[in-house]
Design a protein around this ligand. Structure first.
Ligand code: CA2
Length: 170
């Protein structure tokens, strides 16, 4: 199935909805598998499975595909980022604690050169100072934090517009 989308210049382009170019990789870093089980005051009551379901519902509604993954291992996240090259249209990443420490994850994101949006469930700027810096943000097109699981949907909304070439600030 294909859909005709208007580009910013007013011309049109055919993009196959659900094809490699319009699939979005949603990556989740360490400890996010614990969502909904502990620290609800900080991370809410939603589980990662709830967030995945909402992402899938949003993607189906807008006729694109998501691959939703979580790992506690930096190398695994990097392997998935590398594998996304040529297969995915963009990456939404909640790097978890690696967002504050990793050099290798932003290196991989830079290497694959896919549009990336960084998401954090909590408002990292209202928390400890060590959470105020992210090594990922400089390679991201945008950063969303503090909006809970809703942040993933906002990121997917922005990403589908970026992929379609209709994002206002591209
Ligand atoms: O707010 C976010 O999404 C974070 O990326 C979550 C990370 C944290 O290190 C970042 O500063 C902000 C931690 C994820 C841990 O998730 C848990 C969930 C429930 C219980 C314990 C940990």
């Amino acid at each position: 199935m294909s859909k005709t989308v208007a580009t910013r210049t007013g011309s049109t382009a055919n993009r196959a909805v659900g094809s490699a170019g319009t699939s979005v990789l949603v990556l989740n870093g360490p400890n996010l598998n614990l969502l909904g089980t502990r620290e609800p005051a900080t991370y809410g009551k939603e589980t990662l499975a709830d967030i995945e379901k909402e992402c899938r519902r949003y993607a189906a509604e807008h006729k694109f595909a998501v691959e939703f993954r979580q790992s506690n291992h930096e190398g695994q996240l990097i392997d998935w980022i590398q594998e996304a090259r040529g297969r995915m249209g963009g990456i939404v990443i909640n790097p978890g604690g690696y967002g504050h420490t990793s050099i290798a994850i932003p290196d991989a994101l830079r290497a694959v050169a896919l549009p990336t949006i960084e998401v954090h469930i909590s408002n990292v700027f209202a928390r400890e100072p060590f959470r105020h810096h992210s090594t990922i943000s400089a390679v991201a097109k945008g950063v969303i934090c503090g909006l809970g699981g809703r942040g993933y949907i906002l990121a997917l909304d922005a990403m589908r517009r970026i992929i379609a070439g209709t994002a206002i600030s591209e």
